[in-house]
Ligand binder design. Structure first.
Ligand SMILES: [Fe+2]
Ligand SMILES: [Fe+2]
Length: 262
């Protein structure tokens, strides 16, 4: 089983770059499943039906969330109605979004879930105990399970990697928008990377126009954020699994730069 996961797709730059590249990426990776983190689809804050639908139509099978998933109040009903949008499982039960999603395609089944970290992040339940509580249910359908661990702390994500090793197929970190170079297959067969990076404008500070963030950091005065459209990149992960056992066979980073021609 082959899976491509795109790190936080940010704003118009991220969406349009990915939509343009999808045919070429499909050709190259021939993946069974394409997944992305969608918490920043709409101008960097949350998602809307208008921003998500073209990506589903282009072949995205499921979208994971994060702390920004619900930034657009007008989209909460859409998130509730679209089972392929997955919320962090350690948020309250009533929070809009699917608790997890099992995608079935060509006789292959992949369960996708998302958890947020607790360190330097908005309040949520422990990702460790939430994972333990849901694991029997998650693994009852398929051994192929992908976890998007959305968190700020590299140590927390690394610790979670050891916690889940051998129980799921892959842990892919998201949220920092900076890709890490520590991809590996852990000893019990779980593919791991601390952060997949951002699909979006890298001539920025994690997606926001750089002069705005510089002004804020130099002066300490709050500023209004504006999304950058410069330096688009696709950041993601390509994973191959043994679909009978769920064990990872290969993990590879995707990091491609595109021209500023939006
Ligand atoms: Fe993000
Ligand atoms: Fe986030």
């Amino acid at each position: 089983m082959k899976i491509v996961f795109f790190g936080d797709v940010f704003g118009k730059s991220g969406r349009e770059t990915l939509l343009d590249a999808m045919p070429k990426l499909k050709d190259r990776y021939q993946a069974d499943f394409y997944i992305l983190n969608a918490e920043n689809l709409a101008d960097g804050k949350g998602l809307t039906e208008k921003t998500a639908r073209p990506l589903f139509n282009a072949g995205i099978d499921a979208m994971t969330g994060g702390n920004h998933l619900w930034d657009r109040p007008e989209s909460l009903d859409y998130i509730r109605s679209e089972p392929r949008i997955i919320k962090p499982l350690n948020y309250p039960r009533t929070t809009p979004g699917s608790p997890y999603c099992t995608i079935v395609k060509h006789d292959l089944k992949l369960t996708v879930l998302c958890l947020t970290g607790q360190l330097f992040m908005p309040p949520c339940d422990s990702p460790f105990s939430t994972f333990d509580r849901y694991l029997p249910e998650l693994s009852s359908t398929t051994p192929c399970i992908l976890l998007d661990l959305h968190g700020e702390s590299t140590a927390e994500k690394r610790a979670m990697g050891w916690h889940v090793d051998g129980m799921i197929s892959a842990l892919i970190g998201t949220h920092t928008h900076i890709q890490t170079a520590d991809e590996e297959i852990l000893p019990q067969g779980t593919a791991y990377i601390t952060d997949a990076g951002m699909t979006g404008p890298h001539d920025s500070v994690i997606g926001v126009k750089r002069h705005i963030i510089l002004e804020k950091m130099r002066s300490g005065i709050p500023v209004r954020y504006e999304v950058s459209d410069r330096g688009p990149q696709i950041n993601g992960i390509f994973i191959t699994l043994d679909h009978h056992t769920g064990r990872a066979l290969q993990i590879e980073r995707i990091r491609e730069c595109y021209k500023d021609d939006l």
